[in-house]
Design a protein around this ligand. Structure first.
Ligand code: BG6
Length: 504
C-alpha cells in the first residue's frame, strides 16, 4: 500500500468528489492499497460535520451503485466495507480564500500519525491560486526527509497560454515541480496507457509508425451527452478548452512521441513536451481554414428529442460557445512531416466514441490490375479508447471464387476477450500515483504550456470572429468538418462504427 498520509480535498462538497474521487478511494481501499492510518479530510465552505459529510457521500454513492446494479451492471455498495472505509473521512469547514483554514489544516497534520500530506484542488479553477498561496504562507509545502507534501490540480489548468503560465508561476513560487500533480483523467484510462505498451512492447508497429507509411491520423472524442448541468462552466470554456489542449493532445502525444530513453516520469514527459512543442501554431489567417467551430441545435438522439445548446440551463440565448471543434494539426518534426493529425470532439453527436484512427498509405504499386480494386484500399488501425475497448486492423483479402476480387477484412483485439476491465472510475491509478509519488501520468509545466501555445491561435482568431456553425443533435457534426477532410481528399472514420471480431 501507499505510505500513510492525510489527504485534504478542497471543494469537498462538489460534484467531482462524490462522483469520482471518493468512489476511487473506496476502490483503492477495497483493494488494500491505502495505508491503514490514512485519513481523508474534506475542506469546504458548506456546513457539515464528519457524520453528515460521510452521509452526504454515502447516499450518493449507494444510490448510484444501486441504479447501476438494477441496470444489470456492478455491485451494490457493500455496507460493511463502506463503514470500514468511512472512518477515514473527516470534514473541515472553512473558506480557502482565508488564512484561518490553513492554520486548521496545520493543526490537523500535527495531530496525525504521519507528516505526509496530499492537497487536492477539486474546486472551481479560480481558487487554485488562492489555495497555493494559502499553503505557501502557512508553510505547508515544505518537504522534509521523512515527509512529502504534494498538490493535485484538476483541469482546467488556465484558460489560455497566458493564464496557464501565470498559474504555473504562482504554483512554482511556493513549491517545486516535483510536488505538483496536474491531473488529466484521460491518462487514467487503461486504453490510453496501453498505447505506449502497444507501440513500445511490440516490434510490429514501430517500423511503420512514420510519414513513410502513415497517410494521416484522426483523433475523435465524440459524446452523446449535452452540457448537462454545467452550462455556466461550459459557456466560458467551450469544446476547445474543455477537451483539446488536455485530453486530445495527450492522445496525440501518446501516438506521436519518440520512444522515451527510460521508462520514467521525466523521460516520458520530455518526449511529450517535444512533440507538443512541435505542433505547428497556425498563423492567424490560416486558423479558419484549418478548423471548424460548431454548436448543436435541437435534434434527436436514441429516438428522444433533445434541446439545442442555446436552450440548455444557464446558457445564453444567443451564445456562440462551441460545442464541437474539428481541426487539422501538423507535427513539424522528422517523423511526422506531411502527416496531418485531424482532431474532433463534440457533444450531442450520434454516438459515444473515443478513438484514434490511423490511416496507412496504400500499397505503393497496384499489383492487381483489372480487378475491382484498381487502387488498393488503405489499411486502417483503429484504437478504440471507449466504449468497446480494443484495437482493430483493416486489411485486404481475396474474396473466394475464380475471379480475383478483394475485400476489406479485420483483425481485432477486444479487451473483454482477454482481460477483466475492473469496475473503476479511471481515477484509481491517478490517485494511487499521487500517493506513491509517480508523476508519469501527470502533466508537467512544459507539456501544459506547449499545448496552450498550439491552441492559442485558434482562441485569438475566434475572439475576433466567434461565429459557429449549427449541427443537429444526433448527427456527426457540422458539414464543414467533412469539408475539412474532403479538401484533402480524405474522409472521417464513421463515428461509433467499430466492427470486427469481439465487438459487442
Ligand atoms: C471532461 C470534460 O474533462 O471530460 C467533459 O470536462 C467531458 O466535458 C469529459 O464530458 C469526457 O470524459 P470521458 O472520460 O467521459 O470520456
Amino acid at each position: 500500500p501507499a505510505d500513510d498520509t492525510t489527504m485534504f480535498i478542497f471543494g469537498a462538497s462538489g460534484d467531482l468528489v462524490k462522483r469520482l474521487l471518493v468512489p476511487s478511494l473506496y476502490n483503492l481501499d477495497r483493494d488494500g492499497l491505502l495505508d491503514q492510518g490514512m485519513t481523508i479530510v474534506g475542506v469546504d465552505i458548506a456546513e457539515h460535520d464528519d457524520e453528515s459529510f460521510r452521509k452526504h457521500l454515502k447516499d450518493f454513492i449507494a444510490d448510484k451503485a444501486a441504479d447501476k446494479h438494477a441496470e444489470g451492471g456492478g455491485q451494490e455498495l457493500d455496507e460493511e466495507h463502506w463503514q470500514d472505509f468511512a472512518r477515514r473521512i473527516h470534514y473541515l469547514q472553512g473558506d480557502f480564500t482565508e488564512s484561518n483554514v490553513f492554520e486548521q489544516i496545520k493543526g490537523h497534520i500535527e495531530q496525525a500519525d504521519s507528516d505526509n500530506a496530499l492537497f487536492y484542488c477539486a474546486t472551481a479553477p479560480r481558487f487554485f491560486g488562492d489555495i497555493a498561496e494559502g499553503l505557501g504562507k502557512a508553510d505547508l509545502m515544505q518537504e522534509g526527509d521523512n515527509r512529502y507534501r504534494r498538490l493535485v490540480v484538476e483541469k482546467p489548468f488556465g484558460h489560455d497560454l497566458e493564464s496557464a503560465k501565470a498559474l504555473n508561476a504562482q504554483l512554482l513560487e511556493v513549491m517545486k515541480e516535483e510536488q505538483i500533480y496536474r491531473i488529466d483523467h484521460f491518462l487514467g484510462k487503461e486504453t490510453v496507457q496501453n498505447i505506449l505498451v502497444a507501440r513500445f512492447a511490440n516490434v510490429l508497429f514501430e517500423p511503420f509508425w512514420n510519414n513513410h507509411y502513415i497517410d494521416h491520423i484522426q483523433i475523435t472524442a465524440a459524446e452523446t451527452v449535452g452540457v448537462e448541468q454545467r452550462g455556466s462552466f461550459y459557456e466560458k470554456s467551450g469544446a476547445m478548452r474543455d477537451m483539446v489542449p488536455n485530453h486530445l493532445f495527450q492522445l496525440l502525444a501518446m501516438i506521436a512521441i519518440e520512444p522515451p530513453a527510460a521508462f520514467g516520469a521525466d523521460a516520458l514527459r520530455s518526449e511529450k513536451a517535444k512533440v507538443l512543442g512541435a505542433l505547428r501554431p497556425w498563423p492567424r489567417d490560416e486558423v479558419r481554414k484549418n478548423s471548424v467551430r460548431g454548436q448543436y441545435r435541437a435534434g434527436q438522439l436514441n429516438n428522444d428529442d433533445v434541446p439545442g445548446y442555446r436552450d440548455e440551463p444557464n446558457v445564453a440565448e444567443d451564445s456562440n460557445t462551441e460545442t464541437y471543434v474539428a481541426m487539422k494539426m501538423m507535427v513539424d518534426n522528422w517523423r511526422w512531416v506531411n502527416v496531418p493529425f485531424y482532431l474532433r470532439t463534440g457533444k450531442r453527436l450520434s454516438a459515444r466514441d473515443t478513438e484514434i484512427a490511423i490511416c496507412f498509405k496504400p500499397a505503393p504499386y497496384a499489383q492487381f490490375r483489372g480487378t475491382d480494386v484498381e487502387r488498393t484500399a488503405s489499411n486502417w488501425l483503429i484504437i478504440q479508447i471507449q466504449p468497446n475497448e480494443g484495437m482493430w486492423f483493416d486489411f485486404q483479402a481475396k474474396r473466394p471464387g475464380p475471379e480475383l476480387e478483394m475485400d476489406t477484412v479485420k483483425m481485432g483485439f477486444a479487451y473483454k476477450d482477454f482481460f477483466d476491465l475492473p469496475a473503476a472510475t479511471g481515477y484509481e491509478t491517478l490517485i494511487y500515483d499521487c500517493l506513491t509519488g509517480d508523476q508519469m501520468l501527470f502533466q508537467r509545466v512544459d507539456t501544459i504550456e506547449n499545448s496552450w501555445r498550439a491552441v492559442q491561435p485558434f482562441l485569438d482568431a475566434w475572439a475576433e470572429d466567434d461565429s459557429v456553425e449549427g449541427y443537429d443533435a444526433g448527427s456527426e457534426g457540422p458539414q464543414s468538418a467533412h469539408d475539412l477532410l474532403g479538401r484533402d481528399g480524405r474522409e472521417w472514420h464513421k463515428i461509433g462504427e467499430v466492427t470486427g471480431p469481439g465487438v459487442a
